[in-house]
Design a binder for this molecule. Structure first.
Ligand code: NAG
Ligand code: NAG
Ligand code: NAG
Ligand code: NAG
Ligand code: NAG
Length: 872
């Protein structure tokens, strides 16, 4: 979502071209699901719906349509600004990027990216970062935070925005997303879980006049067991908003896909908040409303001339209500959902701040409506410092994410007096300025985050070199990515090489990578492989530090005898220096673990997870690998990766003992029946009078601003149409009768019984080494044999210890729920236990390839020294 998006639309062709699309592969269908379920039936939300529906019943038509859309791109201080309903006390709501901090602002923290957060495997830290992020958005006057991202899920190793999510596993994403939501919303900010759904690559993502967006074609079981899973947990955490993805699913654009929004999200998952578009993802007016969309962002129509203030909603939505195309209760439900989220977070409180920053400029004063030709000017940036002590949680995340992959001869931790030769431009700040590239759209200097709308400006960058300086380390730094001839290797030197791999959002191309890593492949950038090899040829002790968005290939240098240690510092945000020093010098032991698998070659992955290239018409991306992404695939194909999902070394060692398993809720082959929906507000279906849409007298319009009013004539004409008995040609399968909801639903996240704890597992972790450290216990489930083909092992829970002194122990409690032991049965459309009474293996260990402790549900006991079913 960006200014530069507009440029992307400059090539106009005839609208007819859009009809040319490659067919969606046989069998993939986007079924109709109508009508949009009303919100309000979940008891946690009743009070907010009560308040909201009272207010909505007093609002005019133009007020209601005004709050369901943005006032236009660049038409206010935030990246999205809804219309207001000031008469009834509702201000414009401010929507702002992004998942790792307030974008395009000042005096904010640039937190570590979510991929770094996922690498900590630390639930309380994830939540604490969420609280800090929430506080910063609130402090800047943001109502709706555009994060967290759990989709892209990380299916494609080259996908541009995987780093905005928590790792290539639905359960890791689910904990990352849900705990972030809890934290963010605990301080009153509405979180937005995104991008719904199957948004796995950047290229060809958007619809334009000339080309439909890419279609992710996937089957129902894969949808439920992988891509929908983290959204279900986000909804269960009470998320206020969901952002719809640009792409299509099964050929139907997510922004008007009734099966996705009405069916999966609002009925099955019981989502009570509102659904917004990604920026300019809306491609229709009436159909998107019927399909369950509640908010259009930033409000403009997705086609040239974008700049003239045309919208598929706002005044058109007003018209569509008057002429009877969209039933009044659909609009009322949308407006009520938006206001319910506002009340749910307590944003009606008089001390909720109004926006005090401007995403469009860093200047104190500027145009209030930069998108208008003539705009009044005023104070737009008040430079409110929202950082508080958040640098501490940011640094803790950055530090506890650092993943030690290899440490031969115990080269780490470094002795205090090591003589260091440091190589690589990544070790020091971008010499052009830490924020010199808009939205971090370059890879220069220390790589703290990827690029695009998920970036933030750095208040400062604590670079690795800053870190070495503050340690008074004895070092020489060669600020170059090619091996210098003047480094004078000495046998007592330790060389530290800094290398990177970057990616980002599609509207910026960096070094020939249009978001996705199309050109760099999975290789290090800036010839990092060569730099490491050259250094390794001259120095006998080499430490490689990698700042990366995701998987890279390391085969060219990994096994060189002088490459002693490899650390992934992921994307640390502003806190790259001290966090790394604390690990390098052993103040703490590293405790990060990989949130994805590291392959030996790109051929290790299934072909279907490669990037989808150019196709005439609609690009078709068919998820033929099904459930088998990342480690699930490596296990199935019996491929030994370079490093397994979950791998991460420490300076100390841990043992797991005294494991126990106890049955909590007895399982049945199908879950107990869902509870019925609770009461929802009742809405009138009577079309309001046209006068509710008229422009007020003497209204001072801003050119290009998007309003919800209609000229009297237009409103009256629409009302005449609405008065006819003939009805609008509703989509196939349309109905206006509210449904009881599917059996897999019943509460936020689905049938509440799915989240019953089936087994509680506990394990005692002992620090058996000689240094303090934190251990991560990872729990994987092995399904018993049944008629369902199921991945050999699937992560279901994890816990991290506090820092354990040598010899100290901590007992960790983990659990598996009914859902964790179920498969999605496409026939019965429910989660079922595939083999009741079958022996589930509950495997515990410190990585997906380090599982030796098995608890069995049949025996109810646990045993050590077992051989994992996935030997790799
Ligand atoms: C896509 O098509 C598949 C195959 O028919 C079906 O199982 C699945 O439910 C469809 N998904 C959506 C979101 O329409
Ligand atoms: C819609 O919002 C805009 C921007 O706040 C405001 O100027 C306009 O009066 C609002 N319309 C209604 C019907 O309140
Ligand atoms: C009603 O208005 C909407 C919005 O402009 C339009 O898409 C729709 O076709 C109209 N319906 C009728 C029956 O005129
Ligand atoms: C709608 O129809 C009713 C009854 O026929 C009539 O009284 C009313 O004036 C009509 N309204 C409009 C806006 O045409
Ligand atoms: C595994 O085997 C070793 C050596 O036989 C033994 O000392 C250890 O206690 C066993 N571990 C568990 C958890 O059973």
């Amino acid at each position: 979502m960006r200014s530069t998006i507009i440029l992307g639309f400059s090539s106009v062709a005839t609208a007819a071209v859009i009809d040319r699309r490659d067919p969606v592969p046989a069998g993939y269908v986007a079924p109709p699901y109508y009508p949009a379920p009303y919100g309000g039936w979940v008891s946690d939300w009743s009070e907010s719906f009560q308040k909201a529906s009272v207010l909505v019943s007093s609002m005019t038509l133009a007020e209601k349509t005004n709050i369901t859309a943005g006032s236009g791109i660049f038409m206010g201080r935030c990246v999205g600004n809804t219309g207001s309903a000031l008469r009834v006390g509702i201000p414009q709501l401010c929507l702002q990027d992004g998942p790792l901090g307030v974008r395009n602002s000042d005096h904010n923290t640039a937190f570590p990216a979510a991929i770094t957060v996922g690498s900590t495997w630390d639930k309380s830290l994830i939540r604490r970062r969420g609280v800090a992020i929430g506080e910063e958005f609130r402090g800047k006057g943001v109502n709706i935070h555009l994060g967290p991202s759990v989709g892209a899920l990380g299916r494609k190793p080259r996908g541009g925005r995987n780093w905005e999510g928590f790792g290539s596993d639905p359960v890791l994403q689910a904990f990352g997303g849900a705990l972030s939501i809890e934290g963010i919303q605990s301080v009153g900010v509405i979180a937005t879980i995104k991008h719904f759904i199957a948004n796995e690559q950047e290229q060809y993502r958007m619809y334009s006049l000339v080309k439909p967006g890419i279609s992710s074609n996937l089957d129902d079981r894969t949808m439920h067991e992988l891509y929908l899973w983290p959204f279900a947990e986000g909804v269960r955490a009470g998320v206020g908003s969901v952002m719809i993805a640009y792409n299509a699913v099964n050929g139907s654009a997510c922004a008007q896909n009734s099966y996705l929004m009405n069916g999966l999200l609002k009925d099955e998952l019981g989502f009570q908040g509102f659904v917004m578009t990604d920026w300019l993802a809306q491609i229709s007016g009436v159909p998107s409303a019927l399909a369950g969309l509640d908010m259009s962002m930033p409000g403009d129509i997705n086609q040239v001339p974008l700049v003239f203030g045309t919208s598929p909603w706002m005044y058109e939505y007003t018209r569509a209500i008057l002429n009877g195309s969209v039933p009044v209760d659909r609009l009322d439900d949308s407006a009520t959902r938006i206001l319910a989220a506002y009340y749910q977070m307590g944003q009606d409180s008089p001390d909720y701040p109004r926006p005090n920053f401007d995403t469009n400029t860093q200047d104190a004063e500027g145009p209030l409506y930069p998108g208008a030709l003539f705009s009044p000017s005023g104070i737009v940036n008040e430079f409110v410092d929202v950082q508080d002590d958040h640098a501490e949680v940011a640094r803790e995340v950055a530090r506890d994410a650092i993943t030690l992959l290899k440490n031969n001869d115990g080269i780490l931790p470094l002795p205090r007096n090591s003589a260091l030769k440091i190589f690589g431009t990544d070790a020091e700040k971008n010499p052009d300025g830490i924020n010199s590239c808009a939205d971090q759209g370059c890879n220069k200097g220390t790589l703290g985050m990827g690029w695009g709308s998920g970036s933030a400006r750095y208040p400062y960058m604590d670079s690795p070199i800053d870190g070495f300086k503050s340690r008074s380390a004895s070092y020489q730094f060669f600020n170059t990515d090619s091996f210098p001839s003047n480094s004078n290797p000495s046998p007592t030197d330790t060389a530290v090489v800094f290398v990177t791999a970057d990616s980002g959002e599609n509207y910026i191309t960096v070094e020939n990578n249009p978001g996705d890593r199309t050109s760099s492949n999975l290789n290090l950038w800036h010839d990092g492989d060569k730099l490491i090899k050259d250094v390794a040829a001259q120095y006998s002790s080499v430490i490689v530090v990698v700042h990366t968005v995701g998987p890279i290939l390391m085969e060219e240098w990994h096994d060189l005898p002088s490459v002693k240690a490899v650390l992934f510092a992921h994307l640390p945000g502003q806190e790259a220096g001290k966090s790394l020093m604390e690990v390098l010098y052993g103040d703490v032991s590293p405790s990060g673990h990989l949130p994805y698998t590291l392959p030996k070659s790109e051929g290790d992955y299934p072909e279907s997870v490669g990037l989808t290239g150019y196709q005439i018409g609609q690009p078709q991306d068919t998820f033929t690998e099904g459930l088998y992404i990342d480690y699930r695939h490596f296990h199935k194909a019996n491929i030994v990766p370079r490093y397994a999902f979950g791998h991460g070394l420490s300076y100390t060692t841990f043992s797991f003992s005294s494991a126990s398993i106890s049955a909590v809720t007895p399982l049945t082959s199908t879950p107990p029946a869902r509870p019925a929906k609770g009461e929802t507000p009742a809405y009138s279906t009577t079309i309001p009078p046209a006068s509710e849409a008229y422009w007020p007298d003497n209204f001072n319009r801003i050119w290009r601003y998007i309003y919800s009013f209609l000229d009297k004539n237009d409103a009256d004409n629409a009302a005449k149409v609405g008065n006819l008995t003939s009805t609008y040609p509703y989509p196939v399968g349309y109905s206006n009768v509210q449904k009881a909801g599917p059996k897999a639903g019943g509460g936020q996240g689905g049938n509440p019984a799915l989240f019953d704890v089936a087994y509680a597992i506990s394990v005692t972790v002992t620090n058996t080494g000689s240094r303090p450290g934190k251990a991560v216990a990872q729990l994987y489930v092995q399904f018993p044999t049944s008629n369902f083909d199921t991945p050999i092992l699937q992560l279901r829970d994890f816990e991290k210890t506090s820092e354990l002194a040598p010899g100290a122990t901590e007992t960790l409690s983990l659990r598996v729920t009914r859902k964790d032991l179920s498969v999605w049965d496409v026939v019965s459309q429910d989660w079922i236990i595939p083999s009741l009474g079958g022996d589930y293996g509950i495997w515990l260990g410190q990585s997906s390839d380090g599982l030796t402790l098995r608890c069995g549900t049949e025996t109810g006991s646990c045993a050590g020294n077992q051989t994992s079913p996935a030997s790799v």
